[in-house]
Design a protein around this ligand. Sequence first.
Ligand code: MG
Length: 386
Amino acid sequence: MRAPYASDPEASRGRRHPEAPSPPRDDFQRDRDRIVHSTAFRRLVYKTQVFLNHEGDLFRTRLTHSLEVAQLGRSIGRALGLNEDLIEAIALAHDLGHTPFGHAGQDALHECMSAADPEGGGFEHNFQSLRVVDRLEERYAAFDGLNLSFEAREGILKHCSRRNAEWLAANDPTGIGQRFIERSQPSLEAQLCNLADEIAYNAHDIDDGVRSGLLALEQLEDLPLIRRHLDAVRQAYPALTGRRVLFETLRRVLSEQVYDVIGTTRAAIEEKDVRSADQARALPVLVRFGAEMRRQTDEVQRFLRANLYRHPQVVATTTVARDVLRELFQVYVAEPAQLPSRPMAGRGTPRAVADYIAGMTDRFALQEHARLTGRRPDWPVRPRAD
Ligand code: MG
């Protein structure tokens, strides 16, 4: 049963280009279907989450990460009576604007864009996700992009700098960036996707970190959130060894976080007596952890930053990846003839080059880099992942 505060497709603020309905699907189901059929969605399978695609077949990619966010989002959303189709659409699209090579790629493009066009707002992956669904996908005869509903676009634009929000205010009549100026919230479905994203990557980065050999199970014992489940697993299954100890622990951590979000959010909705989606937008964030879970989750995040994302081996790899994207950017801007021959809005401008590079998979970026520079990057050697 959908709650009164769930987003209602019948009450949607609509699409940028009006379209006839497509029964039996409602507007949010249609959004989800369009995302799944998009080119940008298929590219996610070859884009890095933390570990580069060539480092091992079992690490998360942007695609499997997005599926995990959708799964967590739908489970929690169902318990809260939110709109699962909208949650799924937002979750599957939330990372469409990510560059190849994960955050290293985004940092490199941001640097390049800020230098090439100091007034242009740099490169932000959330803003880029919106560009992908609003402009860059080329699938429909009548319009650029996927022409998604306001509610899906609102969820996809998770963060936005003041500068980009002002640009949207001047250039986008739908008011999609307005909340970053007014400091109001997006729908509860969008709030949930933000939190599901965080729950998903904390858990799977620990899993991938241990799989890669860069994190050891013993290090995790310093984190109370992990420690209490690890102890419980060891007590319940004293003979259990190896990765199943970790999997069973993470499974329990995820459950505890999911129950925490459901309980805390239900209480917040009740306390504020929320009766509509728009009422929720005007209140502080309602889909959230309780204070203690928030604190313990922040601790996990700090741990991952210090021990995984800044691990010398990860840094060595991301340094190489950053150089690859920087060099690609420089070549395309200097020699637009190297861009594909198909029509491209603003061809050769820094923005068009950034759009093109951001759309690349890890593998395609490396192929292009080899073609344009005649060099192959020197990746640091990592212990073998199994
Ligand atoms: Mg994500």
